[in-house]
Design a protein around this ligand. Sequence first.
Ligand code: ZN
Ligand code: ZN
Ligand code: ZN
Length: 141
Amino acid sequence: LNATEVIAALKQRGHRMTSQRVAIVEEIAGAKGHISPREVTKNVQSKLPEVNASTVYRTFELLEEMGIVSHAHLERGAEYHGAGEIDHVHLVCSNCGREQAMEAVATEPLKEAISGHTGFAPDFTHFAISGLCAECLARSQ
Ligand SMILES: [Zn+2]
Ligand SMILES: [Zn+2]
Ligand SMILES: [Zn+2]
């Protein structure tokens, strides 16, 4: 994500760019991988203590409406990716909390099985899949 482009897109839609919103957008644009609203709030508040968490959440919602980011549900709550970056399935260990990413293409056979039975087209990228990681599984056996 490019902060300057996102700010320009927001302005174009008539949003007033306050210094708070600029700081939030810059923080979101600078994040790598998963973008957590909680982390963004913490980092922005270290520079601008008056920023509310609700302002950060509203900014994420706005950016999602604009197709700039999209959310996925992980164990610790919803987190965001740059739009088009959700090409992976999240695997979360219910024992140790370890999180892994698997390429979404690897789920094609299961997708086909589900749609063949029901006509339903599943999206495995939206919610994390919980289970046991290889290490926890080995320890439990
Ligand atoms: Zn992800
Ligand atoms: Zn959702
Ligand atoms: Zn584990």
